[in-house]
Design a protein around this ligand. Sequence first.
Ligand SMILES: *Cc1c(COP(=O)(O)O)cnc(C)c1O
Length: 392
Amino acid sequence: MSDMPPLMPTYARADLAFERGQGAYLFTADGRRYLDFGSGIAVTGLGHAHPHLVAALTAQAAKVWHVSNIYRIPEQERLARRLVDASFADTVFFGNSGAEAIECGIKMVRKYHDATGHPERYRIITFEGAFHGRTLATISAGKQPKHVAGFDPLVDGFDQVPFNDGNALRAAIGRETAAILVEPVQGESGIRSADPRFLQELRRTADEFGLLLFYDEVQTGMGRTGKLFAHEWSGAKPDVMAVAKALGGGVPVGACLATAAAAQGMTAGTHGSTFGGNPLAMAAANAVLDVMLADGFLESVQKHARLLRTRLDDLARRHPKVIAEVRGQGLLLGLRLVPPANEMIEKLRGAGLLTIPAGDNVVRILPPLIVGEAEIDEAIRILDGVCAELGA
Ligand SMILES: *Cc1c(COP(=O)(O)O)cnc(C)c1O
């Protein structure tokens, strides 16, 4: 017990710390520079120290940080209006993380069926490989063995079926089924994309059986795939959607978006969050939207995503003994490796390039959305060198 460090050791951390960031780069206190193609796991979508975000947050910090949701918060009303205008949704709840956004959605789904005369409908269908967060309800939804071990009893009400399998999904629907919860691209389990036709099928199935379609866009949302939300590529709209990660650009903000019908049970007193949507967090998220909704921003993300994908495909062709597959969408990319992914991630870090591990022996590549051609060239040079070393 005396070996227990003051910082609870729930993370296997690299022995590396950063002092500051600038754009796509992070710097250590002793001046070493790293190209950040992990973005704090898809959080710093606009890179580090973006001047517009720094200005917005600094200005808000001098005014007011927190007041509580027992008062009106104009910055929150403004952000909700902008998210509604930019999406399928009619209404938004703000929290502080992805798991909380999912939790709000889970509660909303149950409340919807209760409010519409079907309190027996509370079960949510999720998919193998899913990741929805680390709270008790969200690990119960994701059902990943390494996340649930030792935490029994889990929260009841989640049924899991294989990803991209419409028949298994239909077979799992029963009289207690309330909703389908799905990531348009599974991030943590290795950048596995839902087939666009699968999302369209989920929409039809949800309509046929009176279920709500609930997207987890915590990682895929906020421009990561080149659209504001990844499901836009499929045209299949949800009833409920969780976003977080890049929404605050690094300030903790999560949001649960919903149609008016789906949210009809969420009346005063049904849900809450002390910090959720406070003025400081809202200033950050409104500033993120200023940048992401500006003309040409998402087109630029798509252009650089195509460039990076072309270079990675070329790299994979030249190093077949190292890279088995390039996958993903936009700037949410994965290299499925032949040698252990962690070996490559360590070597890349040693050479000044930061990436993120994912399931299925995948190296996740998540550059900031502001990435430029020169940074893509630099990353490919480093990857090329490490591939040559690993393939030798
Ligand atoms: C990161 C993530 C979450 C959990 O978000 P937290 O902010 O860590 O609670 C949920 N779903 C997906 C798809 C994620 O990538």
